[in-house]
Design a protein around this ligand. Sequence first.
Ligand code: SP5
Ligand code: ZN
Length: 374
Amino acid sequence: MKVIFSKECLLHDPPFEVLGGQRVPYFEKPERLTIIENELRSNGFEISEELDPDIELKEHILRVHSADYLDYLETAYETWVKQGGNEISVLPEAFPHVNLLKASPNVAQTTNAIARAGVSSLEFTSTVFELFRIPHEGLYCFDLSCPITKDTHKATLASLRVTLTAAKLLSSSALDSIFALCRPPGHHAMPSLCAGYCFLNNIAIAARFIQHTSSPDTTKPKVAILDIDYHHGNGSQAAFYDDPSVLYVSLHGENDYPYFTGFTDEQGSGEGEGYNFNFPLPRGTTGDDEYCETLQRAVAIVQKFEPAFVLVSLGVDTFIDDPISDFKVTTSGYLRIGGIIASIHRPTLFVMEGGYALESIGKNVSNILRGFES
Ligand code: SP5
Ligand code: ZN
């Protein structure tokens, strides 16, 4: 399987995040990628650092994200520092909660960079905005895991370019699979919210990219997103919630981050009803057998949908020793998981998401890809 990679993805390197009320070293480290890269090389995978220079990223980003959010990502660090913020990173300290805004419609008047980092989102407060005729702006964050450093945006764009280069190769040639080895990851990113280490939703943008760049003579290809990261991909779900042309199926830890999404009764809305499937699995007990059994059911749903392409949000934070997750999938379990995904028999784009156990992340990712190929 061909692998697309870029060293620019390593540039995002915040020193810490805030989890469970504590300042902790940032789990989503650049080393994750270099460890996977080395493991894949020693397993004989072909790794290409040639990115497609012709893809106009902005055009494709705007199919998923709002223009004001993209503008924020581009300028947040500079504005923050200009206003006297620390040079480490942009990180909000206050959020314009919807209940706060109800009685105080002045969110639009905030120009303070600290406030703007946390200023509410379109999706989050749109009703309130409409109600008080507040201009849509600001927002941008729903947790404390997305510090924006000097080079964060550069790395984020590289991550997306890796993904779209891979998507283009897959959809324009006879390849049956390809792997986008990238970071920062994407599946938690919403139209105008970063969170969970994600800034731009790589896989959602790739799904739209494939649909919009396919031959105009053919009908818009159906795309299935299979999300095997430990966490529910709230951003990917939201991007296609009312769209029957993109199926979203996720297996994830029950009652864990992002906490407010990923329930079984989230099945899509309007025309998209019946095209969103969530499989929350119990924390603490879900091992290889339980996981693979549910994955088989998820795969059957994908097969029935008959997608032209399958996009896999590849997280290995389901691993037994992952420092922030609670499943018990083993390194050899990932061989089985890759094999089950292969049984869909469709052109498949793997996009890197989470996985934080540095000692095993290389082997685990490599096993999914090897399991797929064998
Ligand atoms: C892409 C991705 O995997 N993002 C995940 C972000 C998760 N952030 C919140 C983690 C909460 C961890 N809870 C600590 C439990 C320690 N056992
Ligand atoms: Zn995850």
